[in-house]
Ligand binder design. Structure first.
Ligand code: UDX
Ligand code: ADP
Length: 457
């Protein structure tokens, strides 16, 4: 078997590395139009940080895993082509701010159609609006000279930071196909790939539309749990209940379950917001405004939570942060990743920069360039002043030195073990700490002398 994957990103790279690892007889080629990214995949410094990824890439690269920019060549050679390109929220035209931008997917389909010959299985790996497979199939068959295509949906459920463990031992693998004999046969071929390491009863086969929709719904349900507990965190603050205790108490009900009930400054990541917006757009499109409004509230609550946190910082600091140094610890959207897409940290930092605070940002894995890009550093602010109010530090103690407040915005393990006495000693007083991830012992911090606040406690 020869597999090609178009798109060497956070999904395509780790997923194909795992397939190469578990299926030594399969040749896996990951292609991307971004030559810099491909060069990084072929170097000692992979473009993404993911625990366990380096080892697997090192063991398989050059053996049966290849990274290349030769897209056409890889398509021609492949029996199965995974499409794993980005599908961001549209920023222009119809559906702007909500619908998925499918231009990258369509370009891929046209490219596949123009060079492919014989029989090919095309697998949707990217998260897509329900019924995209239909458009994909139409574009493929309208532009091909004689090739035969079967389109499958195989959404990826890995979470960043635990991607390799999720891929190695998934709760389930979902494969959607057309119910025709050819469709079912194509699905079986893909089942045989995963069955090389995933127990057969964890591989679910459904029709195409159920598979496409399940991915959006899974993310919507997960995000909804976070928005629900975040909504309750505000009520906890008003009533002196402790959200961690409430979360623990309700999570012990096996019908509710304990996972994804951690109150935070707000969820981030490339998927949750994008997929819910996409779901909302689909509901509106199909004439279901009540369903659309129901899911949209999950995003609104998340936006409110991020804003509520920034407002709490400003109001606690005597209603002004102008000219004050504030240390921001954590910029990634969660621990164990260098990904910052939709990170709550970006929104909180922007709010504080708007309030004219001076930020000192530290993150163990996110590059300075990325932080500057996300905060539009170097660009001119609305009032005409150059935006130089953010410095990036390589050390959390330097970030906190002479600061009025420390903000914990990503739950990196190393933040739990910081020497808080040392941080306190170096800060201006009163020294504030706002734990946006509820990872610190607030009582101990208060014992040192901090004005310490968590979320919902
Ligand atoms: C998510 C889904 O979990 C995954 O199945 C899908 O394939 C892609 O989207 P990911 O975005 O990588 O994965 O990370 P996830 O662990 O789901 O966290 C998303 C955000 O929610 C993070 O910002 C995280 O910090 C936050 N979160 C998570 C909470 O605030 N509280 C929780 O209890 C759990
Ligand atoms: P994800 O998190 O879904 O993996 P990324 O943005 O990390 O998303 O990765 C998507 C990758 O797809 C990018 O590296 C991008 O360059 C690549 N890509 C987009 N369009 C094409 C295309 N037509 N051909 C090849 N690669 C593409």
């Amino acid at each position: 078997m020869n597999i090609c994957c178009i798109g060497a990103g956070y999904v395509g790279g780790p997923t194909m590395a795992m397939i190469a690892r578990k299926c030594p007889d399969t040749k896996v080629t990951v292609v991307d139009i971004n030559a810099k990214r491909v060069a990084q995949w072929n170097s000692d410094h992979l473009p993404i940080f993911e625990p366990g990824l380096d080892e697997i890439v090192r063991a398989t690269r050059g053996r049966n895993l290849f990274f290349s920019t030769e897209v056409d060549e890889a398509i021609v050679a492949a029996d199965m082509i995974f499409v794993s390109v980005n599908t961001p929220t549209k920023t222009y035209g119809m559906g702007a701010g909500r619908a998925a931008d499918l231009k990258f997917i369509e370009l891929c389909a046209r490219r596949i159609a123009s060079v492919a010959t014989g029989r090919k299985i095309v697998v949707e790996k990217s998260t897509l609006p329900v019924r995209t497979a239909e458009s994909l199939k139409t574009v493929l068959s309208a532009n091909s000279s004689g090739a035969e295509f079967q389109v499958l949906s195989n959404p990826e459920f890995l979470a960043e930071g635990t991607a390799m463990a999720d891929l190695e031992s998934p709760d389930r693998v979902l494969i959607g196909s057309e119910s025709t004999p050819e469709g079912i046969k194509a699905a079986e071929t893909l089942v045989s790939v995963y069955a090389q390491w995933v127990p057969r009863d964890r591989i679910i086969t459904t029709n195409l539309w159920s598979s496409e929709l399940s991915k959006l719904v899974a993310n919507a349900f997960l995000a909804q749990r976070i928005s629900s507990i975040n909504a309750i965190s505000a009520l906890c603050e008003a009533t002196e209940a402790d959200v961690a205790e409430v979360s623990f108490a309700i999570g012990r009900d096996s019908r509710i379950g304990s996972k994804f009930l951690k109150a935070s400054v707000g969820f981030g990541g490339s998927c949750f917001q994008k997929d819910i917006l996409n779901l909302v757009y689909l509901c509106d499109h199909f004439g279901l405004p009540e369903v659309a409004a129901y899911w949209e509230q999950v995003i609104r609550m998340n936006d409110w939570q991020k804003r509520r946190y920034s407002q709490q910082v400003v109001s606690s600091l005597f209603n002004t942060v102008a000219g004050k140094k504030i240390a921001v610890l954590g910029f990634a959207f969660k621990k164990d990743t260098n990904d910052t897409r939709e990170s709550a940290s970006i929104y909180v930092c922007r709010d504080l920069v708007d309030e004219q605070a001076n930020l000192a940002v530290y993150d163990p894995k996110v590059s300075e360039n990325q932080i500057r890009k996300d905060l539009n550093q170097g660009e001119v602010l609305v009032d005409g002043r150059p935006n130089t109010s953010v410095v990036i530090e390589q050390d959390p103690y330097a970030a906190a030195k002479d600061a009025h407040a420390v903000l914990i915005l990503t739950e990196w393990d190393e933040f739990r073990d910081l020497d808080f006495q040392r941080i306190f000693d170096g800060m201006l007083k009163p020294a504030f700490i706002f734990d946006g991830r509820n990872i610190l012992d607030l009582k101990a911090l208060r014992g040192i002398g901090f004005e310490a606040r968590g979320i919902g406690r």
